[in-house]
Design a protein around this ligand. Structure first.
Ligand SMILES: NC(=O)c1ccc[n+]([C@@H]2O[C@H](COP(=O)([O-])OP(=O)(O)OC[C@H]3O[C@@H](n4cnc5c(N)ncnc54)[C@H](OP(=O)(O)O)[C@@H]3O)[C@@H](O)[C@H]2O)c1
Length: 243
């Protein structure tokens, strides 16, 4: 039988895009549970340093995830500085809304390079590190937009739907040592919420948007669950995907 613990003490868990917002909440929750957080950021250095200080025990890693060589370098650094990797949370992402008739190749690549390609290569590099110490757990952050079609966000929806199939395929590829699961948040409002976000909150059965802490709770579940739970998607959307 695999070993499970009710907390994450001593586990090294990398969270991408963890300087602020949802990624920050995930990093703080993992730190509260005893994990040694490997905190990735790209442009938000000051916020990343502040979040790392709040975590207490956290190592900082900077990388532009658009670049596969940068991803490889970052995981080499994680291996060298942390000695092991037990968990990866693929949280970093981009979001744009553009009429599909107007989408350019650059618009498409802007989203897919981070939202899908980087998720795959981070998972690949993480799995190679995890295998050295007997396995681990990967949690990919998808979106309600990966389950439901949003006409002005077709490119974003495709990237987030891609994460869901990637999750299932990698779960099969890497079982039983590495569990791979996904969390699909609904609307998690911040100050930049747009008209569509407000409309979606209005249609949410729970009657409100979600909180970063609620997404972190779902991530925590997969990081502590039996590896018998793999390839699954947990929606955290107040019931909106049921409409
Ligand atoms: N907020 C929502 O309503 C909502 C809804 C559904 C799904 N989600 C998903 O939940 C996750 C977190 O959401 P969020 O709103 O907190 O995300 P966010 O603030 O839009 O992005 C998170 C981080 O991604 C990093 N990132 C973007 N491009 C990058 C690149 N080229 N290289 C490295 N890092 C890059 C940024 O790091 P730096 O700032 O350091 O550059 C950013 O802080 C995302 O996967 C998102 O798609 C969010």
């Amino acid at each position: 039988m695999e070993t499970r613990s009710s907390d994450l003490t001593g586990q090294v868990i990398l969270v991408t895009g963890a300087a602020k917002r949802v990624g920050r909440a995930i990093a703080l929750e993992l730190a509260r549970r005893g994990a040694r957080v490997a905190l990735h950021y790209h442009s938000s250095e000051a916020e990343a340093r502040a979040t790392a200080a709040e975590c207490g025990v956290a190592e900082l890693f900077c990388a532009n995830l658009e670049s596969v060589p940068e991803i490889v370098r970052m995981f080499d650094e994680v291996g060298a500085r942390c000695g092991r990797l037990d968990g990866l949370v693929n949280n970093a992402a981009r979001f744009t809304g553009i009429d599909p008739l107007e989408i350019t190749e650059a618009d498409w690549d802007f989203i897919h390079s981070v939202n899908l390609k980087a998720v795959f290569f981070c998972a690949q590099q993480a799995a190679r590190l995890m295998r050295r110490t007997g396995g681990g757990r990967i949690v990919n952050i998808s979106s309600l937009g990966g389950l439901r079609p949003w006409p002005k966000h077709a490119h974003y929806c495709a990237s987030k739907a891609g994460i869901l199939m990637l999750t299932r395929a990698l779960a099969v590829a890497w079982a039983p040592g590495i569990a791979v699961n996904a969390v699909a948040p609904g609307v998690i409002p911040f100050e930049d919420i747009d008209a569509q976000g407000l409309r979606l909150i209005g249609r949410t059965p729970a009657g409100r948007g979600g909180t970063p802490a609620e997404v972190a709770e779902a991530v925590l579940y997969f990081l502590q669950a039996s590896k018998f739970v793999t390839g699954q998607t947990l929606s955290v959307d107040g019931g909106l995907s049921l409409r």
